[in-house]
Design a protein around this ligand. Structure first.
Ligand SMILES: Nc1nc2c(ncn2[C@@H]2O[C@H](COP(=O)(O)OP(=O)(O)O)[C@@H](O)[C@H]2O)c(=O)[nH]1
Ligand SMILES: [Mg+2]
Ligand SMILES: [Zn+2]
Length: 354
């Protein structure tokens, strides 16, 4: 049995939430998924007090397959591969909804979400709001990273726009070629914390991860795993350990960021809008420019932008659409289950000897 208090495991983000789950199995060791190739994974764990990587492979028929950041329970076999036992229950997970209404989990067991944008035409407040909503809905603390600051002389315009997202959202201005700014970002990563970088393709997520890991990454996870590491450009998702800091996860850009959100996470993300709505003098107001409407007044005197109001409405509609679709799906599945159960009991009854 592994030492569940091992420093290696702690560096990978192992904590009580997971150690409490391991004991009842009475077998196996915890490993964290550090590279995700779909059905083939690289996992990291404690090997006689040292951090080491191993391969873990699934087949297409496997009932459950982990994602990056998951903790799995496994047994190291004689050929140096990990044999899978179970996925430990996640503390949380960063997920989005896809165009066909499914939920797609992107990374598991995340403490902090770095939402990366850049000082280019890619910069888009409504997209940031979408990510912020997902962070809240998945119970992950968000920080906005404004990258490529070297490309503009006047950064204040960007910061002013970001202020619209709410005063409680931390913002980190960055240029990956500017070392002090990279250090400032590093200081936002607490020890043993797991952080994930998300954002559009091309904003600099991989560059940031490279700047943060520097050469340390090789020292920490450079153990040979029979060529499994490959080149990082071909890897879909990777997790790195920062010495004396936490764990960081790079993700590829995702084209559409569909939201899965509760009413609570929506009103948290748009606190200013929901506050105005609650202050509106009219009950059942549609907030569509009626005279005396608090929203109309705020739009008038510039406390609220039309962009933000529209963004709120759009995300509200989307979240509801997703919710309704899911409710319908759940209902269908339940009905199918009940039909199957009824059929089962009828067959049993008919086979009973008289
Ligand atoms: N000017 C500038 N370019 C950057 C910065 N960081 C990254 N880039 C460039 O942006 C492009 C996309 O970077 P990449 O890390 O691949 O983005 P990703 O798709 O988000 O992983 C590359 O050409 C990088 O060299 C930065 O701070 N300033
Ligand atoms: Mg990348
Ligand atoms: Zn109103």
């Amino acid at each position: 049995m592994t030492n569940l208090e091992s420093d290696c495991l702690k560096k990978l983000g192992f904590n009580e939430h997971f150690s409490l789950q391991v004991a009842p199995y009475g077998i196996g060791q915890p490993y964290r998924v550090t590279e995700d190739f779909g059905l083939r994974f690289v996992v990291s764990g404690d090997a006689q007090g040292r951090l080491q990587q191993f391969n873990l492979t699934f087949s297409r028929k496997s009932e459950q397959v982990p994602i990056i950041g998951d903790w799995v329970l496994g047994i190291l076999n004689a050929t140096g591969e990990v044999e899978f036992i179970d996925i430990l229950q996640r503390a949380n997970c960063f997920q989005r909804s896809t165009d066909d209404g499914r939920v797609q989990a992107l990374a598991a067991n995340i403490d902090k979400l770095f939402i990366v944008t850049s000082c280019t035409e890619e910069f888009n407040l409504s997209r940031l709001e979408r990510y912020l909503l997902l962070a809240r809905a998945n119970r992950i603390a968000p920080t906005v990273v404004l990258n490529k600051a070297d490309l503009v002389d006047d950064k204040s315009a960007y910061l002013e726009q970001l202020a619209e997202l709410g005063s409680d959202i931390p913002v980190c201005m960055l240029s990956t070629v500017n070392e002090p700014s990279v250090t400032r970002l590093k200081d936002l990563i607490a020890k043993d914390e797991t952080c994930v970088f998300v954002g559009s393709s091309g904003v600099g997520k991989s560059s940031i991860v490279n700047a943060l890991t520097g050469s340390h990454q090789q020292l920490t996870l450079g153990v040979s795993t029979k060529g499994a590491r490959g080149s990082h450009t071909t890897t879909s998702r990777s997790l790195f350990v920062l010495p004396e800091r936490g764990v960081i996860i790079d993700t590829p850009g995702i084209r559409s960021v569909g939201v899965t959100a509760s009413a609570d996470s929506l009103s948290d993300t748009f606190e200013d809008v929901t506050l105005l709505m609650s202050q509106c003098a009219f009950r059942n107001c549609g907030h569509n420019g009626e005279r005396g409407c608090a929203i109309a007044q705020a739009l008038d005197d510039g406390r609220l932008t039309l962009r933000r109001l529209n963004s709120f409405r759009k995300l509200e509609r989307e979240a509801k659409f997703f919710d309704d679709k899911n409710t319908a799906l759940r209902q269908q599945r339940n009905e199918a289950k009940q039909r199957a159960a009824r059929r089962g009991s009828r067959e049993r009854f008919e086979r009973e000897p008289r």
